[in-house]
Design a protein around this ligand. Sequence first.
Ligand SMILES: Nc1ncnc2c1ncn2[C@@H]1O[C@H](COP(=O)(O)OP(=O)(O)OP(=O)(O)O)[C@@H](O)[C@H]1O
Length: 868
Amino acid sequence: MAKSKSEETPLMQQHKAIKDRYPDAVLLFRVGDFYETFNEDAVIASKVLGIVLTKRANGSASYVDLAGFPHHSLDTYLHKLVKAGHRVAVCDQLEDPKTVKGIVKRGVTEMVTPGVAVNDKILENSSNNFLAAVHFGKNKTGIAFLDISTGEFFVAEGTLEYVDKLLQSFKPAEVLYARPQQKHFKECFGTRFYTYTLDEWIFTSNYAQETLLKQFETHSLKGFGVEQLQDALIAAGATLHYLRDTEHPHLQHITGIQRIDEKDALWMDRFTARNLELVSSGMEQGNGLLDVLNNTVSPMGARLLRRWLALPLQDIAKINQRLDVTEYFIKETELSKALHHHLKQTGDLERLVSKIPLRKINPREVMSLARALQQVEGVKELLAKSNNSHLQFLSQRMDPCPDILARILKEVVETPPVLVSKGNVIQEGVHEELDNLRKIAHSGKEYLLRIQQTESDATGIPSLKVAFNNVFGYYLEVTNAHKNKVPDTWIRKQTLANAERYITPELKEYEEKIIGAEEKILSLETLIFDQLLAALQPYIKPIQDDAKLLAEIDCLLCFANNAVQYKYRRPNITQDYSLEIKEGRHPVIERGLPPGESYVANDILLDKEQQQIIILTGPNMSGKSALLRQTAIITLMAHMGSFVPAASANIGLTDKIFTRVGASDNLSGGESTFMVEMNETASIINNISDRSLVILDEIGRGTSTYDGISIAWSIVEYLHDMTEHRPKTLFATHYHELNELENKHSRIRNFHITNKEAGNKVIFLRKLAPGGSRHSFGIHVARMAGMPPALINRANEVLAQLEEKHIEAPLQQNVKNIAASPSKVQLSIFDAHSDTFKQIREMLDTVDINRLTPVEALLKLNDIKSLL
Ligand SMILES: Nc1ncnc2c1ncn2[C@@H]1O[C@H](COP(=O)(O)OP(=O)(O)OP(=O)(O)O)[C@@H](O)[C@H]1O
């Protein structure tokens, strides 16, 4: 039966009123020193956090479920709830319970959701934690990405496909959209993201404009170059609205908004990013291209590198600028070492600075910020002395903010505690009153020791001790052996088993002075620290800019180090349409090879005139996919401005890389794998240009052989015969029939990957050579995988027959023949269809075990053995 409100305790009534405002969040309700959860929240909390679920009386008639944890464990438990996909509302006591009669006022001070997190335990150093919003406009779709922990804010708009690709690249932790679009959103982007819906009115142009202008304190958005992006701005407005809605009013670190332009970046759709394994995920942690390339030393650098990988450049000048700096760093080893040394000590400057307006920065972090600014100073000086124009330009833009740096170093002690409330944060000589109070507190303590000594001398109690407790403050403790020596003027406060505790008027007088001084010291330290934080506010933007510049230098140093360590070479990006790689390697496979094994490098040439399409055949496991992928990866790395794993590379500017892998592991959406494969391939055909690189790996294998060959055949012909464009294409296949295409089309060339047969074995040579290959050696791979010998032998038999008759009869006829001709292979008795098995079974069926004597059983066993 529902309980009437009046029957509930006042505390539970207050809880209910607040919970009603945050129905979809787990409410952490501060009660004294604990955060409590009630009812369904308690069930969730106990399950996710592994804390005990109990019951608590609620008024006269009933009980509520309850689970709680000490308030100082908030950080630990909060991030577990959020990581488990819950939204969490933190409800605090807004008044000091000591000063209030009755129930204390409470309110939600912060909502933490997967996309709105500033807690270091929730965030990952090397990746952003983006909140995204999507707005479906009339002609375009707008998208915004905002990371509250770094202050970065990006917007873009375009086709659904483009937005989908951006979602894949930025991997937001949470995506917002308008409530009525629920079905549409799922149709477009599936169920891959943690989503939250907002009211439709929030996604309107006027509201967005107003919200953004208020945030940036400007009259227009022209300065950011985004004013034309109507749909994107609506999405941006929604993200800011959401931050305010989740109790994040202090957003001074969100100082600007940046546009992502489709034509500025080399386009890779989400299938390509996945097929090339750019970023590892789930089970394959550590195996992505990013893992191999990422040798940055600062978290900002790691995050920027991730973005460089997701959005490679399209501007040759900008690419060359990165390559020039990398080359310069390789040459100037001393400079690189010195820069590295500074960068390692910067910590996460970008995230530290974002904590200033959010008021989450603690004294120790302020000190880290100062140390980072000292590094900025060092880096700026080093770069100024370099003779690389871009580095000098970066140096000019760096601002070590000397004034605020000096102030921090002057005011904050060298190793402050994490909490201001612990005291000893502010240095001596900063505030006169603070210094005086400290003297009183200090001398007071000395005075207490002196009291201890004089009273001990006066009374002759050698073991006399001055101590403190929270109940009656400072006291003198006398062991029972000496209690008869206690003077009458002392007031007894407590009797213990073997001692007694007393206070004296003199002790109390000093106690008041000391405690008064300590309280004042704490409030003064807090005040001075708050003033310091306020003084830091105007430096948010310059420090953010410093962090960005450090990130860029970190990435370029990382490129230089990779180049030296892994023997990468500078690519030459040209305006041509050709792609010529000499001795290319796959950077990820290469690094994973066991010691002593080396990667077999290969040359690749693709161009518009002679060799537009390569049909690549070769045995299973020979390295076709590796060659395809390394070609795409080298092209991509070159467009990031990185050196590449090759002896040399001339790379024509590439606008899009498409990779499709036949019958790849199934994706969401309920489509058959073949349907997915065809959809993916169709999107390539419709988006291609002369500058595109197309990688097709066993397209067509997801259906019957004939269908597969026909589709693969027609795709290749189509790519060859397109009148407007000639995309560079690599097509790996097991359909040797496709080798025929070379004879019919002028720009198609057959290549194969070589191997050597030695007796029963196949040795992979992994070298690319002209011409097609006839065998796939799939059966050899099956043997390597541990298939039973009987199965392998039968497969060899079938293959031999098929190959023998392949030319004269159609495949279907051949298969019929095979079915008709009995296998010569000896089948195992455990094969349920074998004759031996049947015979043994019949024998056993007639046996009645209950009547069988041991000797008869042995004879039967002998019969069975003789059958084998
Ligand atoms: N050039 C190379 N040098 C050294 N090892 C290589 C090379 N190429 C490929 N490999 C190794 O061989 C394995 C198989 O390569 P890959 O998957 O590219 O073969 P494949 O020909 O595409 O096979 P399948 O046809 O069965 O898909 C790789 O995982 C890698 O470990």
